[in-house]
Design a protein around this ligand. Sequence first.
Ligand SMILES: *Cc1c(COP(=O)(O)O)cnc(C)c1O
Length: 399
Amino acid sequence: MTETFEGSFTQQEPIPEEAIARAVEVMRSGRLHRYNLAEGEAGETALLEAEFAEAMGMRYCLAVASGGYALACALRAVGVGPGERVLTNAFTLAPVPGAIASVGAVPVFVGVTEALTIDLDDLAAKAGQADVLMLSHMRGHLADMDALMALCDARGLKVIEDCAHTMGARWNGRLSGTDGLIGCYSTQTYKHLNSGEGGFLVTDDEDIAARATVLSGSYMLYERHLAVPGAEVFERVKYDTPNVSGRMDHLRAAILRPQLAQLAARCEAWNARYRTVEAGLRETPGLRVVERPAAEYYVGSSIQFLLPDWGEAAIAELLARCAARGVELKWFGGAEPVGFTSRYDSWRYAPSEPMPQSDRVLKSIIDMRLPLTFSLDDCALIARIIKAEVSAVFQAGLR
Ligand SMILES: *Cc1c(COP(=O)(O)O)cnc(C)c1O
Protein backbone atom coordinates (compact mmCIF):
# COMPACT_ATOMS: atom_id res chain seq x y z
CA MET A 1 0.00 0.00 0.00
CA THR A 2 1.30 3.46 -0.85
CA GLU A 3 1.06 5.75 2.16
CA THR A 4 -0.28 9.26 1.76
CA PHE A 5 -0.36 12.19 4.16
CA GLU A 6 -3.67 13.95 4.79
CA GLY A 7 -2.63 16.93 6.94
CA SER A 8 -2.37 20.59 5.94
CA PHE A 9 1.03 22.28 5.73
CA THR A 10 -0.53 25.67 6.39
CA GLN A 11 -2.70 24.74 9.40
CA GLN A 12 -1.42 26.31 12.61
CA GLU A 13 -2.61 25.53 16.11
CA PRO A 14 -5.68 27.32 17.46
CA ILE A 15 -5.13 30.48 19.50
CA PRO A 16 -4.98 29.46 23.21
CA GLU A 17 -8.29 29.85 25.08
CA GLU A 18 -6.70 32.27 27.55
CA ALA A 19 -5.68 34.50 24.63
CA ILE A 20 -9.18 34.34 23.15
CA ALA A 21 -10.65 35.37 26.51
CA ARG A 22 -8.31 38.37 26.72
CA ALA A 23 -9.12 39.38 23.16
CA VAL A 24 -12.82 39.30 23.99
CA GLU A 25 -12.17 41.52 27.02
CA VAL A 26 -10.37 44.04 24.82
CA MET A 27 -13.27 44.03 22.36
CA ARG A 28 -15.77 44.50 25.19
CA SER A 29 -13.77 47.51 26.41
CA GLY A 30 -13.97 49.18 23.02
CA ARG A 31 -10.41 50.41 23.57
CA LEU A 32 -8.45 48.78 20.76
CA HIS A 33 -5.99 51.55 19.89
CA ARG A 34 -2.80 51.19 21.91
CA TYR A 35 -2.97 54.71 23.32
CA ASN A 36 -6.64 54.41 24.27
CA LEU A 37 -6.25 53.57 27.96
CA ALA A 38 -8.49 53.86 30.99
CA GLU A 39 -7.15 55.66 34.05
CA GLY A 40 -4.27 53.67 35.52
CA GLU A 41 -4.34 51.05 32.76
CA ALA A 42 -1.03 50.02 31.12
CA GLY A 43 -2.69 48.33 28.16
CA GLU A 44 -2.02 45.01 26.46
CA THR A 45 0.39 46.49 23.89
CA ALA A 46 2.73 48.18 26.38
CA LEU A 47 2.63 45.10 28.63
CA LEU A 48 3.48 42.87 25.69
CA GLU A 49 6.44 45.10 24.79
CA ALA A 50 7.74 44.96 28.35
CA GLU A 51 7.36 41.17 28.39
CA PHE A 52 9.04 40.70 25.00
CA ALA A 53 11.95 42.97 25.97
CA GLU A 54 12.39 40.91 29.11
CA ALA A 55 12.14 37.60 27.25
CA MET A 56 14.85 38.75 24.82
CA GLY A 57 16.98 40.33 27.56
CA MET A 58 16.89 43.70 25.76
CA ARG A 59 16.26 47.18 27.15
CA TYR A 60 13.79 48.44 24.55
CA CYS A 61 10.99 46.89 22.53
CA LEU A 62 8.40 48.27 20.12
CA ALA A 63 5.45 46.23 18.86
CA VAL A 64 4.39 47.08 15.31
CA ALA A 65 1.98 46.15 12.54
CA SER A 66 4.15 43.56 10.74
CA GLY A 67 7.62 42.08 10.48
CA GLY A 68 8.17 43.95 7.24
CA TYR A 69 7.20 47.18 8.99
CA ALA A 70 9.74 46.43 11.76
CA LEU A 71 12.50 46.00 9.14
CA ALA A 72 11.68 49.25 7.33
CA CYS A 73 11.28 51.10 10.63
CA ALA A 74 14.71 49.81 11.71
CA LEU A 75 16.27 51.12 8.51
CA ARG A 76 14.65 54.54 9.00
CA ALA A 77 15.65 54.60 12.66
CA VAL A 78 19.34 54.08 11.78
CA GLY A 79 19.05 56.79 9.13
CA VAL A 80 19.20 54.83 5.88
CA GLY A 81 18.04 57.14 3.12
CA PRO A 82 17.19 57.07 -0.58
CA GLY A 83 19.91 55.77 -2.89
CA GLU A 84 21.95 54.20 -0.08
CA ARG A 85 23.05 50.62 -0.46
CA VAL A 86 22.12 48.01 2.12
CA LEU A 87 23.72 44.58 2.20
CA THR A 88 21.34 41.64 2.58
CA ASN A 89 21.09 37.91 1.95
CA ALA A 90 20.56 36.53 -1.55
CA PHE A 91 18.62 33.69 0.15
CA THR A 92 15.70 35.37 1.86
CA LEU A 93 12.04 36.24 1.31
CA ALA A 94 10.53 39.17 -0.56
CA PRO A 95 9.72 41.39 2.49
CA VAL A 96 13.46 41.83 3.19
CA PRO A 97 14.57 43.47 -0.08
CA GLY A 98 11.10 45.03 -0.08
CA ALA A 99 11.77 46.80 3.24
CA ILE A 100 15.04 48.15 1.81
CA ALA A 101 13.29 49.35 -1.34
CA SER A 102 10.50 50.93 0.74
CA VAL A 103 12.94 53.54 2.10
CA GLY A 104 14.33 54.16 -1.40
CA ALA A 105 17.53 52.26 -0.62
CA VAL A 106 19.14 49.64 -2.85
CA PRO A 107 19.67 46.01 -1.79
CA VAL A 108 23.11 44.53 -2.47
CA PHE A 109 22.83 40.76 -2.28
CA VAL A 110 25.36 38.61 -0.43
CA GLY A 111 25.73 34.95 -1.37
CA VAL A 112 24.53 31.85 0.46
CA THR A 113 26.58 28.81 1.54
CA GLU A 114 25.56 25.14 1.58
CA ALA A 115 24.81 25.63 5.29
CA LEU A 116 22.08 28.01 4.00
CA THR A 117 23.67 30.94 5.83
CA ILE A 118 25.21 34.17 4.55
CA ASP A 119 28.59 33.68 2.86
CA LEU A 120 31.04 35.51 5.14
CA ASP A 121 33.73 35.70 2.43
CA ASP A 122 31.29 37.37 0.07
CA LEU A 123 30.17 39.64 2.92
CA ALA A 124 33.79 40.65 3.57
CA ALA A 125 34.26 41.34 -0.14
CA LYS A 126 31.16 43.57 -0.30
CA ALA A 127 31.43 45.20 3.14
CA GLY A 128 32.87 48.41 1.71
CA GLN A 129 29.72 49.06 -0.34
CA ALA A 130 27.35 49.85 2.54
CA ASP A 131 27.01 50.96 6.17
CA VAL A 132 24.22 48.55 7.05
CA LEU A 133 23.75 44.78 6.80
CA MET A 134 20.16 43.59 6.96
CA LEU A 135 20.90 40.03 8.02
CA SER A 136 18.12 37.57 7.32
CA HIS A 137 18.26 34.37 9.38
CA MET A 138 16.40 32.73 6.56
CA ARG A 139 14.47 29.56 7.44
CA GLY A 140 16.05 29.65 10.88
CA HIS A 141 19.67 29.00 9.85
CA LEU A 142 22.05 31.06 11.97
CA ALA A 143 25.42 32.04 10.54
CA ASP A 144 28.45 31.90 12.83
CA MET A 145 27.33 34.99 14.75
CA ASP A 146 30.69 35.36 16.53
CA ALA A 147 32.55 35.55 13.22
CA LEU A 148 29.85 37.66 11.58
CA MET A 149 29.72 40.25 14.36
CA ALA A 150 33.55 40.43 14.50
CA LEU A 151 33.60 41.06 10.75
CA CYS A 152 30.82 43.66 10.86
CA ASP A 153 32.34 45.45 13.87
CA ALA A 154 35.74 45.56 12.19
CA ARG A 155 34.24 46.96 8.98
CA GLY A 156 31.89 49.41 10.71
CA LEU A 157 28.74 47.67 9.44
CA LYS A 158 25.58 48.18 11.49
CA VAL A 159 23.60 44.94 11.72
CA ILE A 160 19.81 44.77 11.60
CA GLU A 161 18.68 41.19 12.19
CA ASP A 162 15.63 39.74 10.47
CA CYS A 163 14.52 37.11 12.98
CA ALA A 164 11.22 36.18 11.32
CA HIS A 165 12.31 32.51 11.52
CA THR A 166 14.54 32.62 14.60
CA MET A 167 12.41 33.94 17.45
CA GLY A 168 13.64 31.80 20.38
CA ALA A 169 16.75 30.52 18.58
CA ARG A 170 20.25 31.04 20.00
CA TRP A 171 23.88 31.18 18.88
CA ASN A 172 26.30 30.13 21.63
CA GLY A 173 23.52 30.78 24.12
CA ARG A 174 22.73 34.31 22.88
CA LEU A 175 19.17 34.84 21.69
CA SER A 176 18.74 35.59 17.99
CA GLY A 177 18.18 39.29 17.44
CA THR A 178 20.33 40.43 20.35
CA ASP A 179 23.75 40.53 18.63
CA GLY A 180 23.05 43.27 16.12
CA LEU A 181 22.03 46.87 16.69
CA ILE A 182 18.35 45.97 16.14
CA GLY A 183 16.45 42.69 16.09
CA CYS A 184 13.20 42.44 14.08
CA TYR A 185 10.53 39.76 14.45
CA SER A 186 7.24 38.88 12.80
CA THR A 187 4.09 37.59 14.49
CA GLN A 188 2.34 36.84 11.23
CA THR A 189 0.41 33.55 11.20
CA TYR A 190 3.23 31.40 9.82
CA LYS A 191 5.86 32.54 12.33
CA HIS A 192 6.61 31.52 15.94
CA LEU A 193 3.83 33.59 17.52
CA ASN A 194 0.54 34.12 15.70
CA SER A 195 -1.45 37.34 15.71
CA GLY A 196 -2.40 37.22 12.05
CA GLU A 197 -0.16 40.20 11.36
CA GLY A 198 2.31 41.89 13.68
CA GLY A 199 5.94 42.34 14.58
CA PHE A 200 8.54 43.56 17.07
CA LEU A 201 11.72 45.53 17.05
CA VAL A 202 14.21 45.26 19.95
CA THR A 203 17.35 47.28 20.63
CA ASP A 204 19.61 48.46 23.46
CA ASP A 205 20.25 51.78 21.68
CA GLU A 206 18.17 54.56 23.25
CA ASP A 207 18.17 56.90 20.27
CA ILE A 208 17.08 54.14 17.92
CA ALA A 209 14.36 53.03 20.35
CA ALA A 210 13.04 56.58 20.60
CA ARG A 211 13.15 57.20 16.85
CA ALA A 212 11.45 53.88 16.10
CA THR A 213 8.69 54.69 18.60
CA VAL A 214 8.01 58.11 17.06
CA LEU A 215 8.24 56.62 13.57
CA SER A 216 5.65 53.97 14.41
CA GLY A 217 3.09 56.70 15.09
CA SER A 218 3.31 57.55 18.79
CA TYR A 219 1.52 60.91 18.49
CA MET A 220 3.96 62.05 21.19
CA LEU A 221 2.27 59.66 23.64
CA TYR A 222 5.50 57.75 24.16
CA GLU A 223 5.21 58.07 27.94
CA ARG A 224 2.50 55.40 27.68
CA HIS A 225 5.16 52.86 26.69
CA LEU A 226 6.91 50.63 29.24
CA ALA A 227 9.96 49.53 27.21
CA VAL A 228 11.30 52.85 25.85
CA PRO A 229 14.03 55.25 27.04
CA GLY A 230 13.35 58.36 29.13
CA ALA A 231 11.63 61.53 27.93
CA GLU A 232 14.96 63.35 27.50
CA VAL A 233 15.87 60.96 24.67
CA PHE A 234 12.56 61.68 22.91
CA GLU A 235 13.28 65.41 23.27
CA ARG A 236 16.38 64.86 21.13
CA VAL A 237 14.58 63.07 18.29
CA LYS A 238 10.93 64.08 18.26
CA TYR A 239 11.16 67.18 16.04
CA ASP A 240 12.95 65.53 13.15
CA THR A 241 11.42 62.05 13.15
CA PRO A 242 8.42 61.60 10.85
CA ASN A 243 5.30 59.62 11.75
CA VAL A 244 5.03 56.54 9.50
CA SER A 245 2.13 54.80 11.21
CA GLY A 246 2.53 51.10 11.84
CA ARG A 247 1.43 50.52 15.43
CA MET A 248 0.23 47.31 17.02
CA ASP A 249 -3.23 47.34 18.66
CA HIS A 250 -4.44 45.86 21.96
CA LEU A 251 -6.34 43.06 20.25
CA ARG A 252 -3.25 41.54 18.69
CA ALA A 253 -1.19 42.21 21.80
CA ALA A 254 -3.83 40.43 23.88
CA ILE A 255 -3.58 37.24 21.85
CA LEU A 256 0.23 37.38 21.77
CA ARG A 257 0.89 37.67 25.51
CA PRO A 258 -0.25 34.14 26.46
CA GLN A 259 1.55 32.76 23.39
CA LEU A 260 4.81 34.46 24.39
CA ALA A 261 4.63 32.69 27.73
CA GLN A 262 4.61 29.38 25.80
CA LEU A 263 7.40 30.23 23.35
CA ALA A 264 10.10 27.99 24.83
CA ALA A 265 7.77 24.98 24.93
CA ARG A 266 6.67 25.62 21.35
CA CYS A 267 10.29 25.81 20.18
CA GLU A 268 10.91 22.40 21.75
CA ALA A 269 7.77 21.00 20.11
CA TRP A 270 8.99 22.24 16.70
CA ASN A 271 12.40 20.72 17.28
CA ALA A 272 10.96 17.31 18.12
CA ARG A 273 9.14 17.42 14.76
CA TYR A 274 12.23 18.66 12.94
CA ARG A 275 14.43 15.91 14.38
CA THR A 276 11.89 13.26 13.44
CA VAL A 277 11.84 14.38 9.80
CA GLU A 278 15.61 14.85 9.74
CA ALA A 279 16.24 11.35 11.13
CA GLY A 280 13.86 9.89 8.55
CA LEU A 281 15.65 11.64 5.68
CA ARG A 282 19.20 10.65 6.59
CA GLU A 283 20.98 8.21 4.30
CA THR A 284 18.76 8.84 1.33
CA PRO A 285 20.87 8.58 -1.85
CA GLY A 286 20.88 11.87 -3.74
CA LEU A 287 19.63 13.88 -0.76
CA ARG A 288 21.75 15.91 1.65
CA VAL A 289 20.56 16.86 5.11
CA VAL A 290 21.66 20.35 6.26
CA GLU A 291 23.90 19.68 9.29
CA ARG A 292 23.32 22.16 12.12
CA PRO A 293 26.31 23.58 14.04
CA ALA A 294 26.69 22.66 17.73
CA ALA A 295 26.68 26.38 18.67
CA GLU A 296 23.20 26.77 17.18
CA TYR A 297 19.97 26.25 19.09
CA TYR A 298 17.57 26.32 16.16
CA VAL A 299 13.77 26.40 16.05
CA GLY A 300 12.66 23.78 13.54
CA SER A 301 9.45 25.42 12.33
CA SER A 302 10.48 24.41 8.82
CA ILE A 303 13.05 22.02 7.37
CA GLN A 304 15.28 22.25 4.32
CA PHE A 305 17.29 19.60 2.51
CA LEU A 306 19.49 19.73 -0.56
CA LEU A 307 19.31 17.85 -3.84
CA PRO A 308 22.77 18.77 -5.10
CA ASP A 309 23.11 19.04 -8.87
CA TRP A 310 19.66 17.68 -9.64
CA GLY A 311 18.19 18.91 -12.90
CA GLU A 312 15.01 20.93 -13.13
CA ALA A 313 12.99 18.05 -14.62
CA ALA A 314 13.93 15.68 -11.81
CA ILE A 315 13.02 18.24 -9.14
CA ALA A 316 9.70 18.95 -10.84
CA GLU A 317 9.04 15.20 -10.96
CA LEU A 318 9.87 14.83 -7.26
CA LEU A 319 7.64 17.73 -6.22
CA ALA A 320 4.75 16.32 -8.26
CA ARG A 321 5.18 12.82 -6.80
CA CYS A 322 5.33 14.13 -3.24
CA ALA A 323 2.34 16.42 -3.83
CA ALA A 324 0.37 13.44 -5.11
CA ARG A 325 1.02 11.78 -1.74
CA GLY A 326 0.02 14.88 0.21
CA VAL A 327 3.49 16.25 0.91
CA GLU A 328 3.90 19.89 -0.06
CA LEU A 329 7.51 20.79 -0.89
CA LYS A 330 8.80 24.16 -2.05
CA TRP A 331 11.75 24.71 -4.35
CA PHE A 332 13.92 27.81 -4.19
CA GLY A 333 15.50 27.27 -7.58
CA GLY A 334 12.51 28.10 -9.78
CA ALA A 335 12.95 30.90 -12.30
CA GLU A 336 9.50 32.31 -11.47
CA PRO A 337 8.53 33.52 -7.98
CA VAL A 338 5.82 31.17 -6.66
CA GLY A 339 3.95 31.67 -3.38
CA PHE A 340 6.45 32.40 -0.63
CA THR A 341 9.50 31.27 -2.61
CA SER A 342 11.40 33.64 -4.83
CA ARG A 343 15.00 34.20 -5.84
CA TYR A 344 17.15 37.31 -5.61
CA ASP A 345 17.09 37.67 -9.39
CA SER A 346 13.28 37.70 -9.46
CA TRP A 347 13.30 41.04 -7.57
CA ARG A 348 13.94 43.03 -10.72
CA TYR A 349 13.63 46.41 -8.96
CA ALA A 350 16.95 45.48 -7.33
CA PRO A 351 19.53 44.74 -10.00
CA SER A 352 21.98 42.00 -9.00
CA GLU A 353 25.23 40.52 -10.23
CA PRO A 354 25.02 36.82 -11.08
CA MET A 355 26.27 34.64 -8.20
CA PRO A 356 26.98 31.20 -9.71
CA GLN A 357 27.93 29.50 -6.43
CA SER A 358 24.81 30.79 -4.69
CA ASP A 359 22.68 29.85 -7.70
CA ARG A 360 23.97 26.30 -7.40
CA VAL A 361 22.95 26.21 -3.73
CA LEU A 362 19.56 27.86 -4.33
CA LYS A 363 18.77 25.39 -7.12
CA SER A 364 19.30 22.53 -4.67
CA ILE A 365 17.15 23.78 -1.77
CA ILE A 366 13.89 22.02 -0.98
CA ASP A 367 11.84 23.56 1.78
CA MET A 368 8.96 22.30 3.89
CA ARG A 369 6.95 23.82 6.73
CA LEU A 370 6.43 21.89 9.95
CA PRO A 371 3.34 23.31 11.67
CA LEU A 372 2.74 22.24 15.27
CA THR A 373 -0.51 20.61 14.19
CA PHE A 374 1.63 17.74 12.82
CA SER A 375 2.18 14.86 15.23
CA LEU A 376 5.52 13.06 15.45
CA ASP A 377 3.89 10.16 13.61
CA ASP A 378 2.87 12.57 10.85
CA CYS A 379 6.47 13.72 10.65
CA ALA A 380 7.79 10.17 10.40
CA LEU A 381 5.25 9.43 7.65
CA ILE A 382 6.21 12.58 5.73
CA ALA A 383 9.88 11.60 5.91
CA ARG A 384 9.08 8.07 4.62
CA ILE A 385 7.20 9.53 1.67
CA ILE A 386 9.98 11.95 0.77
CA LYS A 387 12.62 9.29 1.17
CA ALA A 388 10.77 6.84 -1.06
CA GLU A 389 10.11 9.41 -3.78
CA VAL A 390 13.63 10.88 -3.74
CA SER A 391 15.01 7.35 -4.02
CA ALA A 392 12.67 6.48 -6.88
CA VAL A 393 13.49 9.61 -8.90
CA PHE A 394 17.21 9.35 -8.12
CA GLN A 395 17.43 5.67 -9.04
CA ALA A 396 15.53 6.21 -12.26
CA GLY A 397 18.49 8.38 -13.18
CA LEU A 398 16.08 11.15 -14.10
CA ARG A 399 18.28 13.78 -12.52
C1 LIG B 1 7.60 36.72 7.16
C2 LIG B 1 8.94 37.27 6.93
C3 LIG B 1 9.24 38.62 7.09
C4 LIG B 1 8.23 39.71 7.32
O1 LIG B 1 7.16 39.44 8.04
P1 LIG B 1 5.68 40.01 7.74
O2 LIG B 1 5.16 40.05 9.12
O3 LIG B 1 5.02 39.07 6.82
O4 LIG B 1 5.84 41.40 7.16
C5 LIG B 1 10.55 39.01 6.97
N1 LIG B 1 11.52 38.14 6.68
C6 LIG B 1 11.28 36.85 6.46
C7 LIG B 1 12.41 35.95 6.14
C8 LIG B 1 9.98 36.37 6.58
O5 LIG B 1 9.74 35.08 6.36
